[in-house]
Design a protein around this ligand. Structure first.
Ligand SMILES: O=C(O)CCC(=O)C(=O)O
Ligand SMILES: [Fe+2]
Length: 300
């Protein structure tokens, strides 16, 4: 077969150049999504709202919290409740069926965005493959918990209470599709930077992409402000798979690095903004003590 007719080795670009530059510079982008994906998200929102309407005991029994706040049902008094899917539990089959569909669609969309990012940074689109293994569909069992960190999280923020402090996500890319006001992104093109209300589905760059680009790509700072009507949100975060050793040469560095070590370093420097107030304070104190120790050691 003549070379001209070989199928392309990468998908065609998805995001127009100017918008892609905005994403790399600011770490966030309003990204309109296909009607079919919006419909799937609406179906999932309906299912999860039925789940949230159950009694607290029921919600905990069906999706018990594990892995800190990283899996199952979690409740922050006066602020929000949310349920996180990391694999098929089988507790509420229709809810998980919809979750599986949304996972598949958004993961493939975010993979396309990663390929666009690769192209604009002159790295091969396949560079991401080593970080995406077993992450592009909802894992079948809890066996994946140790290595698949990607998650789909559904929020119900309470009226006037729903809140998340300023932060950047730790994974590769996040898509937030909410209803109602509350999510804000930091517009760093203004001096001083300004918080702006999101307009529809919003793409956020996470810390892992920032680290792998040596800070050339910014991670998107965002926060959630209370809204008198409350708010629901579907948040999918594509995070690195911990299965493989990363060949760093494709990102322009030397050598290799266990994905687990990279992830531990990225996680270790962050406070979990979705934990209860008490835990958030403890984590902040721990992080600050660690940073102070590191500083003292480097000054020795
Ligand atoms: O509520 C949202 O849309 C975003 C929540 C968020 O930023 C997070 O959980 O990391
Ligand atoms: Fe976030």
């Amino acid at each position: 077969m003549p070379e001209d007719f070989l199928p392309p080795s990468e998908p065609p670009s998805l995001i127009p150049e100017e918008q892609l530059l905005h994403l790399l510079k600011n770490g966030w982008l309003f990204l309109p999504i296909a009607e079919s994906l919006q419909t799937q998200i609406n179906n999932l929102s309906e299912e999860v709202s039925r789940y949230f309407d159950r009694l607290g005991e029921d919600k905990k029994r069906l999706y018990p919290a594990s892995q800190g706040t990283e899996n199952g049902f979690y409740f922050v008094e006066g602020e929000k409740e949310y349920v996180t899917f990391r694999y098929c539990v089988g507790a509420v089959p229709e809810l998980e069926r919809q979750a599986g569909r949304v996972w598949l669609e958004i993961a493939s969309l975010l993979h396309r965005v990663l390929c666009d990012i690769a192209r604009s940074c002159d790295i091969p689109a396949s560079a991401w493959d080593q970080l995406l293994c077993d992450s592009l569909e909802l894992p079948k069992s809890s066996e994946s918990l140790d290595t698949t960190t990607t998650l789909l999280r559904l929020f119900r923020y309470y009226p006037s209470g729903g809140f998340a402090a300023q932060h950047v996500d730790i994974g590769l890319l996040t898509l937030c599709v909410g209803d109602g006001k509350g999510l804000q992104v930091l517009d760093t093109s203004q001096q001083p930077p300004e918080w702006i209300d999101v307009e529809g589905p919003t793409l956020l760059v996470g810390e892992t992409v920032k680290v792998l680009s040596e800070g050339m790509i910014r991670a998107g700072a965002h926060r959630v402000q209370p809204n008198e009507n409350g708010r629901t949100s579907t948040v999918f975060t594509l995070r690195p798979s911990l299965k493989e050793t990363i060949d760093l040469s494709v990102f322009g560095f030397e050598g290799t690095l266990e994905a687990k070590r990279l992830w531990a370093a990225i996680k270790g420097s962050k406070v979990n903004i979705n934990a209860t107030k008490e835990i958030r304070e403890q984590m902040k104190a721990k992080r600050d003590a660690k940073m102070a120790k590191g500083k003292a050691e480097s000054e020795d």
